[in-house]
Design a protein around this ligand. Sequence first.
Ligand code: ATP
Length: 246
Amino acid sequence: MLQVLKLQKSYGAGNTIYPVLKGVSFTVMDGEFAAVMGSSGSGKTTLLNCISRYIPIDSGKVKLGDTDLSLLDETQIARVRSRELGFVFQDFLLLDGLTVRQNILLPAIIGNTISDAAEEQADHLCTIFGIEKICEKYPAEISGGEKQRTAVARALINHPQLILADEPTGNLDSKSARAVIDTFLQARDSLSATIFMVTHDSFAASFCDKVIILQDGLVWKELLRDGRERRAFQDELLNAIREMGR
Ligand SMILES: Nc1ncnc2c1ncn2[C@@H]1O[C@H](COP(=O)(O)OP(=O)(O)OP(=O)(O)O)[C@@H](O)[C@H]1O
């Protein structure tokens, strides 16, 4: 479970301090697919970077399971990043010189968890995501959708407690965006993955179990899909975004 409690983060420019997150609190339960939305500049990426501690937080807590990430030193947080967190970026960030299978295994190599079990997990992920036939190919030889499935498989190789995804559908047309979301849904349903995704796209967010909307440095609304039709949830999200703009 991810718990963010009263998280505050400001940036300084010269003598001026710009508060971005002013006490953000929310929870993402195990096995939940959650999204954070909000207007440009509302602090979504800042929030993601505070959760992974890529940037220092000013105050508040970020708890992953029983561990308060805000209290860890650099060595400890590096270990959490490589073993407990999986990352999916907008541009996939696959290494060109490695095959699909080697790319998937990369966090295990970096995290020093490479083993027969990791190799088996790589094969299992290739099967789940339907990329077993292309696993010896290089990124330049595969499609955008296959790259994205490889990126999600890579994020899952170490059985992370949480996947953090920053605008994973950002550069994609709606068909490819849907394929990415399907990959996350598969990860949630087959592997009980917990996913926290930054998005500006109400279509992508409408597949989530929970959507957190940021405004003025705070959680303005938290909307739950609650088993509803995807379209009905997207309508609610669009209404909320319109209301926020007023
Ligand atoms: N390193 C930084 N130094 C100073 N200000 C920053 C820095 N990074 C972000 N900001 C500012 O913090 C605010 C929040 O930025 P952030 O990237 O978190 O927003 P966002 O909601 O992800 O935006 P977008 O949807 O446009 O990607 C913005 O006003 C931005 O200019």
